[in-house]
Ligand binder design. Structure first.
Ligand code: GSH
Length: 474
């Protein structure tokens, strides 16, 4: 069960291929902003660099790939059903709220919406469920489920194209077949789902509003979706930061969201998932304003909360999935759950302090770069226990997953590095429901991410991993 592609070529050949590949990226829009100069990184068309990528696709067994794809519609349903149970969300997160200000602010908005019985007739989810293959148990285990700002549907599709193109050119000498890289339509399928939500909303001349960070390196991934929306559906996307929404937005008495004088049909969040996105009260009041409006929110506050680590851990407790899914769905979902524990369990804390290498300590944060491992994990647990109170409630513990490492060539900033690497497979899912009618519930392509095995942290946006695709093996 190998995770990444063993380089079947010498470093000189790999270097030559990496140059070809980097040129392909520029020619096909597989690019990100260049952080070297912050301003140029945020102005479209200025300061671009190829997105970091793996030179060849990661090997992945077809059976696990199918298993991951089959889970997508089930997780889509699960998110929707859990989101309907407002009391479950509030109760499960009640301890987290006391120690985590960010979650507490989100819960506050959610509570306000419960109080007014806010109706969300049109519900749009664009999720990504991330998995690793655990070599110890030979199983596919879920790392997390992203319900807000799932990155790289645009660029991920292009990496699959890049790999197919490289294999066509060099594949005979590498004994690879391009057909074994599965088609990846995440980019068009996410746009399709946004367009469908827009048409269910059914207001002439309304726009889709993408909520973006003021400084965003990953804007071309976002622009790919806007381009498909314009070219294939004739829908305009506007880009606004949370503070711009606060300054330019209003909710009309009938619930219509107007921003800069334009009616908004769908709000698509590519910001708002991390505390840094809310530097002042202005950003929070923008979030509340959008939630109060009738626009379709992707995600709504409840979908956002369902994606928290605490809810992931609550759903893994005995008899909780039973409240939301049918028995055949429960079996599928439970099979991919890793061990998850809250820190009100003395025994598990003791075990983790004794054997920190078998666990990951996760705070309630999105976006990568926040997890705690090894000796740091031990120290943190000991310190939090000493502090007493509810400090431990801000974290969950997860079983550490051990994917098999394989040699790979990773290309970043035009330079090709050889290293032992491990991979994480993300499966995108789109869900759209209008009242009782499920309009879309499907798996929508994938994102493979590969990183050197010595790095604990993952995440391409956070600078640890590179974009990849997959090569199906028997
Ligand atoms: N703002 C950026 C974007 O819109 O692409 C980054 C958003 C982000 O960090 N998203 C997380 C993710 O999917 C989920 S909350 N990260 C994948 C990665 O960086 O590898």
């Amino acid at each position: 069960m190998s995770a990444a592609m063993p380089p079947a070529m010498d470093p000189a050949a790999a270097g030559e291929m990496a140059r070809e590949a980097a040129a392909w990226c520029s020619l096909h829009g597989l690019v990100v902003g260049d952080r070297a100069d912050q301003r140029s990184a945020t102005v479209p068309g200025v300061g671009l660099v190829h997105a970091p990528f793996s030179l060849l696709p990661a090997h992945f067994p077809e059976s696990f790939w199918r298993q991951a794809c089959e889970l997508a519609p089930v997780f889509n349903e699960l998110v929707d059903r859990v989101s309907m149970d407002g009391n479950f969300l509030q109760n499960a997160l009640s301890k987290t709220r006391q120690v985590d200000d960010f979650t507490s602010r989100l819960l506050e908005i959610h509570r306000k919406m419960m109080e007014i019985n806010k109706e969300e007739n049109i519900r749009l989810g664009l999720h990504r469920s991330d998995y690793m293959l655990d070599s110890e148990t030979s199983s596919l285990l879920q790392i997390e489920l992203n319900t807000i700002s799932a990155s790289f549907p645009g660029l991920g599709s292009l990496v699959s194209d890049l790999h197919r193109s490289l294999i066509k050119q060099y594949g005979t000498s590498l004994s690879l077949e391009h057909k074994r890289v599965p088609a990846n339509a995440a980019s068009t399928q996410f746009s399709e789902a946004l367009a469908q939500a827009w048409s269910e909303f059914n207001i002439d001349s309304a726009v889709i509003m993408m909520i973006v960070q003021p400084e965003e390196r990953n804007m071309y991934d976002q622009y790919w979706l806007s381009k498909h929306l314009q070219d294939s559906h004739g829908i305009t996307t506007i880009r606004k930061t949370l503070s711009q929404v606060e300054a330019e937005g209003q909710v009309l008495p009938d619930g219509t969201l107007l921003v800069g004088g334009q009616k908004v049909a769908v709000v698509y969040f590519r910001a708002g998932y991390a505390p840094n996105d809310y530097p002042s009260e202005a950003e929070w009041s923008a979030r509340l304003m959008m939630e109060q409006s009738s626009a379709v929110k992707c995600p709504s506050i409840s979908y956002h909360l369902v994606g928290t680590k605490k809810i992931q851990q609550e759903l893994a407790k005995p008899n909780v999935l039973e409240r939301f899914l049918k028995s055949e769905e429960i079996d599928k979902v439970r099979k991919c759950f890793a061990g998850l524990w809250s820190l009100d369990d003395e025994y598990i804390i003791k075990t983790a302090v004794e054997k920190p290498e078998l666990f990951v300590l996760k705070p309630q944060r999105e976006g990568g770069g926040n997890n705690i491992y090894g000796l740091d994990l031990r120290e943190t647990l000991v310190r939090l226990q000493k502090e007493g109170g509810d400090a431990l409630a801000a974290y969950i513990l997860m079983q550490r997953i051990f994917p098999k490492a394989s040699p790979a060539y990773l290309v970043r900033g035009g330079v090709c590095h050889e290293g032992l690497a491990i991979s994480e497979l993300g499966i995108y899912g789109a869900y759209l429901r209008n009242k009782d009618k499920v309009v879309i519930n499907e798996q929508c392509g994938y994102l493979m991410r590969t990183k050197v095995s010595s790095s604990d942290e993952g995440g391409v946006a956070a600078g640890f991993a590179v974009l990849d695709s997959l090569y199906l093996t028997g």
